[in-house]
Design a protein around this ligand. Structure first.
Ligand SMILES: C[S@@+](CC[C@H](N)C(=O)[O-])C[C@H]1O[C@@H](n2cnc3c(N)ncnc32)[C@H](O)[C@@H]1O
Length: 282
């Protein structure tokens, strides 16, 4: 059953994604998103329990990962505050076979009031992929999500770290932007706040300190099991071209990114950092 209540008024709890929505939706078929979604799926695949697992996808957006997981037999509750994003999700879901559609429930809802969508249930897998950078602070979000992870389950968090926020302009040889990023980094440190930046899709965003994020997770009973970089070699291009048309070229690109994303020092430069945070069993 696909459940798409019309609750367009659900507040985004201070989320800053709205400015970036057109850029995000417009870039779904381009190489950056193709690599991002495939890499996140491969990395998640190393940790998922056997189907059917209970999955909560928070800020599910257009539903790429929710739908992939439902295709693999998992049962997904997808929560998304933005009505346009829910429409994109519902459109994608309509194209799926009935047995996949039946495994997905899509609800309006937001970080900050997740209980209204989940009823406080716990899940084997909780996803927060590419959402944290649009929220004001990480610790309360991690606390709320941790309360939704079943004993022995995990939270998968894809976030932007200060390392990548500093590295991207330098890698693109935009020296002034790189210096400005370092200045903002130092200012944030002196002021005891997180670093801010404007991201590729034009939205104001926030970078997390890796150590701070894992410490916040540990304080809420979630221990770092493994972490990966997402988009390392493919990111520096100024433009976001379509993926290679030659399937063998695309397959090679994805395999290289997978290796880089699982290996130091390369994974530290990933444009997203994907953390698998496991709850203690029982
Ligand atoms: C960059 S998209 C990522 C979508 C999807 N998770 C993915 O990885 O493909 C960011 C999503 O976060 C959602 N979002 C923004 N603020 C949120 C909040 N307070 N609670 C839940 N989701 C939020 C946006 O509406 C948007 O769909």
């Amino acid at each position: 059953m696909v459940n798409v209540p019309d609750a367009g008024g659900v507040p985004a709890a201070g989320g800053t994604f709205g400015d970036g929505r057109p850029g995000w939706l417009g870039g779904l078929g381009q190489v950056r998103n193709v690599v991002r979604q495939e890499l996140i799926a491969r990395q998640l695949g190393r940790h998922l329990p056997a189907a059917p697992a209970r999955v909560l996808d928070v800020g599910a957006g257009q539903g790429t990962q929710s739908i992939r997981l439902a295709r693999a037999g998992h049962l997904v509750l997808a929560v998304e505050p933005d009505p346009d994003m829910r429409d994109a999700f519902a459109d994608a879901l309509r194209a799926e076979p009935a047995e996949v559609r039946r495994r997905v429930t899509l609800r309006a809802g937001s970080v900050g009031s997740l209980g209204a969508a989940t009823g406080g249930a716990r899940y084997d897998v909780v996803l927060l992929l590419g959402v944290l950078m649009y929220l004001q602070a990480s610790e309360p979000v991690v606390a709320e999500l941790a309360a939704h992870v079943a004993p022995g389950g995990f939270l998968a968090l894809a976030a932007r770290t200060t390392t990548s926020a500093l590295w991207r302009p330098a890698a693109r040889q935009d020296w002034r932007a790189a210096l400005a990023a370092f200045a903002e980094h130092d200012r944030a440190l002196a002021e005891g706040r997180d670093m801010r930046y404007r991201n590729e899709i034009g939205a104001p965003a926030r970078a997390d300190d890796f150590g701070g994020l894992t410490a916040a997770a540990a304080a809420h009973g979630l221990l770092l099991e493994r972490w990966y970089g997402v988009r390392i070699a493919v990111d520096p291009a100024e433009l976001d071209p379509p993926p290679p048309a030659d399937p063998a070229e695309l397959a090679a690109l994805l395999d290289v990114e997978e290796r880089l994303g699982a290996t130091d020092p390369y994974r530290q430069l990933g444009q997203l950092t994907h953390l698998i945070l496991r709850s203690r069993s029982g």
